[in-house]
Design a protein around this ligand. Structure first.
Ligand SMILES: [Zn+2]
Length: 191
């Protein structure tokens, strides 16, 4: 069955397939490297008060690390900053954020998920995963650490909890934790 893709979708956006973004341009750089320019299609809510704003203050391109798309790509997000018109709100302006690229993040959620999967499900070391995805070891380690925190927030037992080791849910947390400890100790970090 063919799903309708909506009037705003275009071939590049469909192929790139980053949720809540559309492709606004593609450049081919030296050595065949591709640069993909995207913008968010979500409405922007103020991080201070949640008010939706359409009054744009400025915009600039931000580099975002992403998964390989038929090879490495450089992704530039044309990120907008908006005025907050809520008089009680202490923020006068705010930059947009999305589920894929939350505030202060410089990588996509789908990349962080892929990195965790590479280490946890495919059994690669963080260094191997970093090399395969063309990112730093630190980014892989941060993704692993975040995954442990998210498991904890969703109610999974993690090391330090009384119930750790007593539930089948701990399998994933156990592997994540051991991987984090191993990677941090083998890199010489103090734990
Ligand atoms: Zn506000």
């Amino acid at each position: 069955m063919i799903e309708p893709t909506g009037a705003r979708s275009d071939a590049a956006t469909i192929i790139f397939n980053l949720p809540d973004y559309r492709v606004i341009g593609v450049d081919v750089l030296a050595f065949g490297q591709r640069r993909i320019r995207v913008e968010s299609v979500l409405e922007a809510g103020c991080r201070g008060c949640g008010t939706i704003s359409h009054r744009r203050h400025s915009r600039r391109f931000q580099r975002v690390r992403d998964v390989l798309v038929a090879g490495p790509v450089e992704v530039l997000w044309r990120k907008r900053r908006f005025f907050c018109d809520e008089s009680e709100c202490p923020r006068k302006t705010f930059a947009e954020a999305t589920p894929q690229v939350p505030a202060f993040s410089r990588s996509t959620a789908r990349l962080r998920t892929a990195l965790v999967d590479a280490v946890i499900r495919s059994g690669r070391s963080a260094t191997e995963a970093a090399t395969a995805f063309g990112v730093s070891w630190w980014l892989v380690q941060r993704a692993l650490n975040t995954a442990v925190l998210e498991l904890s927030e969703r109610g999974h037992a993690v090391p330090g909890d009384a119930g750790f080791g007593s539930s089948k849910d701990t399998d994933a947390a156990d592997v994540l934790w051991e991987t984090c400890i191993y990677e941090m100790s083998s890199s010489g970090m103090k734990i």
